[in-house]
Ligand binder design. Structure first.
Ligand code: ADP
Ligand code: MG
Ligand code: ZN
Length: 424
C-alpha cells in the first residue's frame, strides 16, 4: 500500500528540508513502508541514507541500522539529530559507549523516543542486546554498506555474514532493507543469498556519474610523476582533492613532497593514532588543507560534496575500488577530475601484496587486478568500460568526459599487455 504522496512530501520537508526526492527514493520508501524486503543498489552520493531514515521516522517503533564503521555511526547520528529537534530520535550502540551512555540509550529506546538506532554487527553478536531488542518494537532492519557481506565486494567483513542469523533471533518477521553502492552481479547475488532477500523488491539506479572525468596517465619516474601531480594541483588552486596511494609510507612521503612544493597537504592512513586521523579528516572537511594523501582507509562515508579531484598514485586493486574511490569526487554534481597513474610495476606490487594469501584468494585477487589492467589499457570510452563492469549497458559515440573520448590518439603505448599468471 503506497503511502499518500502528500504525506510523504510533507515528511520529507519536515524532517530533511528537501523539496523533492532523488532518483528512486520515493519508490524505495514506499516499498519499505509497505513492509517489504527491499534491496537498494545506488551509487555513492545517490542518497541511500534518506531511503531508510525517512521511513524510520514515519514508522511506529525503532529501526535498527547496521553500519560497518563505528566512526561513521556518530557522523550519521549527528546528521539525523541535526535535522530533528530532539536529540534522542537517533542513537548508536557500539563498543565506544560507556555504561552510563548505554543505559541512557536503552532508556530512550524503552520509552519509545528513538526512531533510529545505529548498531555495529558486533552489537548484534551480544546475546544481551538481542534479548533487549526482542522486547522492543522494531520497525525494520536496514543493512547499510551491504556489500561487506561479500568477498567479491571491496570491503569484506566476516561478521556481516552472520547478520541474518542474528536478525532472525530478534524476530523472523522483520522487513530487511539492504543498501549498497556495489552493483557487480557477484556481490548482488551474495547479498540476496546471505540476507534471504529472494522475495525483495530490488531497486537498481544507474551508476553513471556524468560529471566525473576519467583519465589514465602513464606513470614514469617518481620525480616526474610528482611534478605532474603538483602541476595539476596548482592548476586547481584552492580546490579539494584526494590522492590515493597503495601504502602508508607513500602517503607520508608524497604529502611531504607536496608541502615542499607549496601545496597544503596531509597524510592519512590506518597507522596514525585515532586523534590524528580525526584531526586530519576534519582539516580536509573544513578546508584547512587542500589535499589529503591517503590509503584506502580514508573515505568510506565521508560526505564532502566539493571534492574536485581524486588521483590514484597507484592503480587500485579492483575496478570496483576505483569506482568507489573516484566516486568521492563531485558529489555536488559539479566537476570531478579522476586521474589514475598506471605502470606495470604497480601491478606487480599489487600482486606481491597477495603473496601470503591462499590460492583461491590470490585467484580472486588476480582476476580483479586483471580487470583493472584491462581498463587502464583499453582504448574504449572509460565510462563504457566501468559501467559494463557493473552490468550496465552504456551507449555512446563519445562521452566527452574521458581521455579516450577526448583524445583518441593519445593512448598509452602498450607493448605487452600484462596479465597476472599465478604460480600454484
Ligand atoms: P549515499 O549513502 O547513497 O552515498 P547519502 O545518503 O550520504 O548518499 O546522501 C548523499 C547526499 O545527498 C547527502 O548530502 C544528502 O543530504 C543528499 N540528499 C539525499 N536525498 C536528497 C534529496 N531528496 N534532495 C536533496 N539532497 C538529498
Ligand atoms: Mg551511505
Ligand atoms: Zn568516454
Amino acid at each position: 500500500m503506497a503511502v499518500v504522496k502528500e504525506r510523504l512530501m510533507d515528511a520529507l520537508r519536515e524532517h530533511f528540508g528537501f523539496d523533492s526526492f532523488k532518483g528512486n527514493q520515493e519508490k524505495i520508501i514506499n516499498s519499505i513502508l509497505s513492509g517489504k524486503d527491499t534491496f537498494v543498489i545506488m551509487p555513492t552520493g545517490g542518497g541511500k541514507s534518506l531511503c531508510y531514515q525517512l521511513p524510520a521516522l514515519m514508522s511506529p517503533g525503532c529501526a535498527l541500522i547496521v553500519s560497518p564503521l563505528i566512526a561513521l555511526m556518530k557522523n550519521q547520528v549527528d546528521l539525523v539529530r541535526g535535522y530533528s529537534s530532539k536529540d534522542n530520535v537517533a542513537h548508536f550502540l557500539n563498543s565506544t559507549l560507556s555504561k552510563a551512555q548505554i543505559k541512557k540509550v536503552r532508556a530512550d529506546l524503552t520509552a519509545g523516543k528513538t526512531k533510529l538506532l545505529y548498531v555495529a554487527p558486533e552489537t548484534l553478536t551480544k546475546q544481551e542486546n538481542l534479548d533487549f531488542f526482542k522486547e522492543l518494537e522494531i520497525s525494520f532492519i536496514a543493512v547499510d554498506e551491504a556489500h561487506c557481506i561479500s568477498e567479491w565486494g571491496h570491503d569484506f567483513r566476516p561478521e556481516y555474514r552472520r547478520l541474518k542469523e542474528m536478525i532472525d533471533q530478534i524476530s523472523d518477521k522483520l522487513p530487511i532493507i539492504a543498501l549498497t553502492a556495489t552493483a557487480t552481479p557477484k556481490v548482488q547475488s551474495d547479498i540476496v543469498k546471505n540476507l534471504g532477500l529472494n522475495k525483495a523488491s530490488i531497486f537498481i539506479s544507474s551508476f553513471n556519474r556524468p560529471n566525473l572525468y576519467y583519465e589514465i596517465r602513464p606513470k614514469r619516474k617518481k620525480d616526474q610523476t610528482i611534478k605532474d601531480i603538483v602541476k595539476f594541483i596548482h592548476q586547481h588552486k584552492g580546490k579539494s582533492g584526494i590522492i590515493y596511494t597503495l601504502n602508508r609510507k607513500t602517503t607520508e612521503e608524497l604529502a611531504d613532497m607536496l608541502v615542499a612544493n607549496g601545496v597544503k597537504a596531509v597524510a592519512y592512513h590506518a597507522g596514525l593514532d585515532p586523534s590524528t586521523r580525526a584531526q586530519r579528516q576534519d582539516m580536509f572537511l573544513h578546508e584547512d588543507t587542500e589535499v589529503i594523501v591517503a590509503t584506502i582507509a580514508f573515505g568510506m562515508g565521508i560526505d564532502k560534496p566539493d571534492v574536485r579531484f581524486v588521483i590514484h598514485y597507484n592503480i587500485p586493486k579492483s575496478l570496483e575500488n576505483y569506482y568507489q574511490e573516484t566516486g568521492r569526487a563531485g558529489r555536488d554534481g559539479l566537476e570531478g577530475h579522476c586521474i589514475c597513474y598506471y605502470s606495470h610495476k604497480d601491478v606487480q606490487k599489487l600482486e606481491h601484496l597477495m603473496r601470503d594469501k591462499s590460492l583461491s584468494e590470490r585467484e580472486m585477487g588476480a582476476q580483479l587486478i586483471n580487470e583493472t589492467v584491462a581498463y587502464a589499457e583499453s582504448a574504449v570510452c572509460r565510462r563504457k568500460v566501468i559501467l559494463h563492469y557493473f552490468g550496465e549497458h552504456f551507449e555512446t559515440e563519445n562521452c566527452g568526459q574521458c581521455d579516450n573520448c577526448r583524445n583518441p590518439k593519445e593512448k598509452i603505448e602498450v607493448k605487452n599487455r600484462v596479465v597476472i599468471m599465478l604460480k600454484a
